[in-house]
Design a protein around this ligand. Structure first.
Ligand SMILES: Cc1cc2nc3c(=O)[nH]c(=O)nc-3n(C[C@H](O)[C@H](O)[C@H](O)COP(=O)(O)O)c2cc1C
Ligand SMILES: CC(C)CC(=O)C(=O)O
Length: 359
């Protein structure tokens, strides 16, 4: 087990980071109702262990869209890791690789796609928001292909960034020296100045994100890249069905860590109907409030192929850079391995719907 609990990493990160930065990393949208709802949904699910199973050789390894992982675990896309530590995404990539975890790099990464790839020893995916100006988006995709990124994750729950009261109050904007270095500077200009009552990030998204895209536009993207496509932010069976019909390779069932639609359903509650709708036609990944090895087991029992972890990675980064991220991911892996043994589930495929009960 890790030396420190995730709560301890969180406390150190909170004490260390400037208040507006902490608020940006930690905060949610609207009433922030979703910040607790995601955790509560997972807490309502309890495990049903089986006994007298040979667990002398548990095997947490998994594969996701062809990538071999030490466990069905990855890092969720998060913008601007340098807000947490000067090494930013390069440190995260080093640690994710060492842990055998997938790293999803945000379009708004603060280190270059190529530097991140050079530090990575594990699989990388690139997350995208659909910009009004498609050429800079395509340029990013071409660079990702060249640097060995293995899939694109199109975030579909953010036609614009939702109102986030903490960021608005703080007039949040990026500190000097931290930038979305992979995106054409002319696209990023509106992200520079915050003012009281308005976050620069929210304003930027209204100007630059394309809110008019529909399912029909996916074809346009498909024709321009051979990379597999994952949609992030799906919360209904209807959209899962459409995604499968459109041939996407994966879905991330997510409410964006409580940062987009306030009062949305927790992702864990939406997962079963998504799994049912896709019927194995594409990979299904869960994110939001994953904080324990047991949460990985619960997600698998609900039918997910893997989970992504968000904020705890930034807490580890703020605590001690790559070492902190390694400890956070390593702690989750160790916990998951223990849950496998105690659940009588020596292989990832042994987690079935009979392994959980809703309390
Ligand atoms: C600081 C921060 C930045 C984020 N940036 C992005 C992003 O650039 N793209 C994206 O699709 N999701 C982004 N997200 C959402 C995460 O990918 C993920 O859905 C969420 O954080 C998971 O919940 P968790 O933090 O409770 O683990 C961000 C989340 C946080 C906390
Ligand atoms: C820069 C933002 C658009 C990143 C994001 O998705 C978020 O903060 O949740």
């Amino acid at each position: 087990m890790a030396a420190l609990t995730l709560d301890e990493y969180r406390s150190v990160a909170k004490a260390r980071l400037p208040r507006p930065v902490w608020d940006f990393l930690e905060g949610g949208s609207g009433t922030e109702s979703m910040l607790t709802a995601g955790r509560e949904a997972l807490d309502r699910i309890r495990l049903r262990p089986r006994c007298l199973v040979d667990v002398s050789a548990c095997e947490p390894a998994a594969s996701l869209l062809g990538a071999a992982l030490a466990a069905p675990l990855g890092v969720a896309p998060m913008a601007y890791h340098q807000l947490a530590h000067p090494d930013g995404e390069v440190a995260t990539a080093r640690a994710a690789g060492a842990a055998g975890a997938l790293l999803t790099v945000s379009m708004f990464a603060s280190r270059s796609l190529e530097d991140i790839a050079a530090a990575a020893t594990g699989p990388l995916w690139l997350q995208l928001y659909w910009l009004r100006r498609r050429e800079p988006m395509l340029e990013l995709i071409r660079r990702a292909e060249g640097a060995g990124y293995r899939a694109l994750v199109l975030t579909v729950d953010a036609p614009r960034v939702a109102y986030r009261p903490r960021d608005a109050r703080n007039g949040f904007s990026l500190p000097e020296g931290i930038r979305a270095v992979n995106v054409d500077p002319s696209v990023m200009s509106a992200s520079h100045d915050g003012k009281a009552g308005e976050s620069a990030i929210a304003r930027h998204s209204k100007e630059q994100f394309d809110p008019s895209i529909t399912w029909a536009d996916l074809e346009w993207l498909r024709e321009r890249t051979p990379l597999p496509l994952v949609l992030k932010g799906v919360l209904t069976g209807e959209d899962a069905e459409l995604a499968a019909e459109h041939g996407v390779e994966g879905l991330v069932v997510s409410n964006h860590g409580g940062r987009q639609l306030d009062f949305a359903r927790p992702a864990a509650d939406a997962l079963p109907e998504v799994v049912k709708a896709v019927g194995g036609r594409c990979a299904v990944i869960l994110d939001g409030a994953i904080r324990h090895g047991a949460d990985v087991a619960k997600a698998l029992c609900l039918g997910a192929d893997a989970v992504l972890v968000g904020r705890p990675v930034l807490w580890g980064l703020a605590h001690s850079g790559a070492d902190g991220v390694s400890a956070v991911l390593g702690g989750l892996l160790d916990e998951f391995a223990e849950v496998m043994a105690l659940m009588g589930a020596p292989r990832v495929a042994d987690f079935k719907s009979s392994g959980i009960v809703h309390s």
